[in-house]
Design a binder for this molecule. Sequence first.
Ligand code: HEM
Length: 134
Amino acid sequence: AQRLLALVPMGVPRALTKTTCFRGYTLPQGTEVFPLLGSVLHDPEVFKQPEEFNPDRFLDADGRFQNPTSLFPPGKRVCLGEGLARAELFLLLTAILQAFSLESPCPPGALSLQPAVSGLFNIPPAFQLQVRPR
Ligand code: HEM
């Protein structure tokens, strides 16, 4: 869901620490650049059929989770909150799924996977969820 939505599609602005040649263009030191993380998250060379919601793509042949580095790009400016974010997502989702079953009142295929608003942030459309105690 995080990959498909690409919450902050333009990424975080950065500035070049040295003059850099990129795809034939010379970008002087100090130039502000936007890494366009959304283009990586929807790149068919990185993710097959990128517009499909397919969590299986993150599992290996034995059903084990393969860590997609593109969600949290590595490097010197790595997300400082990655450990906290991963722990929070795991604890919150497992607590909900252990206590409740979640269903959509309409066929899941009928839900739009396109953001309702797209700009600096991609905002998903509102949708209804049925939450039943297990
Ligand atoms: C699912 C949740 C999150 C995602 C997907 C995420 C993703 C990212 C991404 C893509 C970057 C930019 C990395 C780069 O430019 O190379 C970033 C940077 C950052 N994130 Fe997160 N993040 C999440 C949660 C958090 C949380 C919970 C915190 C703090 C408690 C946090 C703190 C930061 C900070 C401080 C930076 C800037 C690091 C720097 O520029 O040195 N993030 N994050």
